[in-house]
Structures are given as structure tokens and as C-alpha cells.
Design a protein around this ligand. Structure first.
Ligand code: FPP
Length: 251
């Protein structure tokens, strides 16, 4: 089975999961922690190189104050509780996004967890908090512009490689499998640059109902896709997963 090297997940549907049970939306976010643990564990077991989870978007700051506060509390609790196990499993944890908007205490915990796991050679786990794909691209552009203005770089030398090196996922392979739960078929400003050639997988399951078996289902679906990267089917043959029977899409 050809494994994806990098899986990106939009974990959607926590609020609806809770509302369907007559519970506050925040109960859905709490219930969303167990699938996060299962997905991380499964990626470690399968030997997936990188996993990037969309936990809180730039736009989520506009949610009711109590919901934002609950989510921030959950991130803090999860960091405190899980970092030892992540470390023991050689996971390297990084938070991507505009962390300056986070409480200083949370920023400190994140920095500590990142420093503790920085030398690990297992799964690269990125948690996107206060992240937006457009923000990521604009920040990269600003850094390159500053280097150009200082004379350290010629504008004409900027190419895709140089640009990608300024993005939050610099140094990692692009996600090849993009999963979104919750029934909506959109990318919602997640990793816009990096998912250019990702295979998209959508499921109606709400995030708290997602688990390791559902991740395996998504990976199995991925292995059946024909990835052409803009080439013809014959040219791209080398990239076709063995045992693939699916026709694939045009691009
Ligand atoms: C989207 O569901 C989910 C979020 C905004 C939060 C995701 C957070 C977790 C899964 C908690 C734990 C995460 C970590 C990394 C510790 P929604 O609220 O948009 O649901 P809805 O579409 O049904 O309203």
C-alpha cells in the first residue's frame, strides 16, 4: 500500500455533534480530543512522516468568547497532558499559525513542548492554531520583500522553492492527502499553497465520530487514486500506486 507521506486534516463538525445531543458546542470540542489522539497514534504506527491538524483558524477568533476560551483551555490542557506521550513516541510537535495572538502563557507552553520534542525523528506533527492559508502566504511575501529591500535578495531570484521555504510548513513534503470531516466540500483557507496537488477526501462524519478505522479508510481511498501532477497518465505511471484500479480525475 502506498502511504501518504503527509496528511492534513480539517477537523470539522464538533459543534454539530454536540448540538445533535442537546449539549453545548464546547462539549463537541472536548469530544474531539479522542479522535486527535487516535489519528496521531495511527500515523505513528503506520509510519506516516507528517500530520498537520487544523485546530483553530484565523477566522475562529470571531466565535463567541466562551467558545474561544474553551478551545484555548483545551489546547493548554492537551499540551500539558500529551506532550510526554508524544515525546516517548518520538513525535516532533510544532504549532503553526499566528502565535502572537495567543495568550503569553500558552505561547510559553507551546515553546516548551516544541523545544522538548525538537530532536525527535518520528512523526512530524503540526497543529495549526490561529492559522490562515492567506496569512501564511502574506507573511512569506513580507519576509521575502524585506530581504529584497535590504539587498540580500534579487526580486527576480524568487522562485517556488524560495517561496515555500518561507511558509509555515517549510522543510516538510507537501500534504498528499487532505481530509475534511463534517460534510462540507471546501478547503477553508487551510494550507493554500501546500495542497496544490493534494488528493482531497471528504467525509460526512462529524469529527468526534472519526477514528483510526476511518483514517485507514481515507488512506485506502488515497492508494486507489491516480496522481498525475499535470502529466499524462503514461508519463505519470511512475507515481501511480501499485494495485491501483481507479480511473482518477483529469488533473
Ligand atoms: C471545528 O468544528 C473544530 C474546531 C474549530 C476545533 C477543533 C478542536 C479540537 C478537535 C479539539 C482538540 C484539538 C487539539 C489539537 C488538542 P466546528 O466547531 O466548526 O463544528 P461545526 O461545523 O459543527 O460548527
Amino acid at each position: 500500500m502506498t502511504l501518504p507521506k503527509h496528511i492534513a486534516i480539517v477537523m470539522d463538525g464538533n459543534g454539530r455533534w454536540a448540538e445533535a445531543r442537546g449539549e453545548p458546542r464546547t462539549a463537541g470540542h472536548r469530544a474531539g480530543i479522542e479522535p486527535v489522539r487516535q489519528v496521531i497514534r495511527e500515523c505513528v504506527q503506520l509510519g506516516v512522516s507528517a500530520l498537520t491538524l487544523f485546530a483553530f483558524s484565523s477566522e475562529n477568533w470571531r466565535r463567541p468568547e466562551t467558545e474561544v476560551a474553551t478551545l484555548m483551555g483545551l489546547f493548554m490542557e492537551a499540551l500539558d497532558r500529551e506532550v510526554e506521550e508524544l515525546h516517548a513516541n518520538r513525535v516532533r510537535l510544532r504549532v503553526i499559525g499566528n502565535r502572537q495572538r495567543l495568550a503569553v502563557r500558552l505561547q510559553q507552553r507551546i515553546a516548551e513542548a516544541e523545544a522538548k520534542t525538537a530532536g525527535n525523528d518520528g512523526l512530524c506533527l503540526q497543529v495549526a492554531v490561529s492559522y490562515g492559508g492567506r496569512w501564511d502566504v502574506v507573511e512569506a511575501a513580507k519576509r521575502l520583500a524585506a530581504r529584497a529591500a535590504s539587498g540580500a535578495l534579487r526580486a527576480n531570484d524568487i522562485d517556488e522553492e524560495l517561496f515555500a521555504a518561507e511558509l509555515q510548513l517549510a522543510g516538510l513534503p507537501d500534504p498528499d492527502l487532505f481530509i475534511r470531516t463534517g460534510g462540507d466540500h471546501r478547503v477553508s483557507n487551510f494550507l493554500l499553497w501546500n495542497i496544490a496537488y493534494a488528493e482531497l477526501y471528504f467525509t460526512d462524519l462529524l469529527w468526534p465520530d472519526f477514528d483510526a478505522t476511518e483514517l485507514q479508510r481515507a488512506i485506502e481511498d488515497f492508494t486507489g487514486r491516480e496522481r498525475r501532477f499535470g502529466l499524462t497518465g503514461t508519463q505519470a505511471g511512475a507515481t501511480k500506486p501499485s494495485g491501483s484500479t481507479a480511473g482518477g480525475s483529469k488533473k
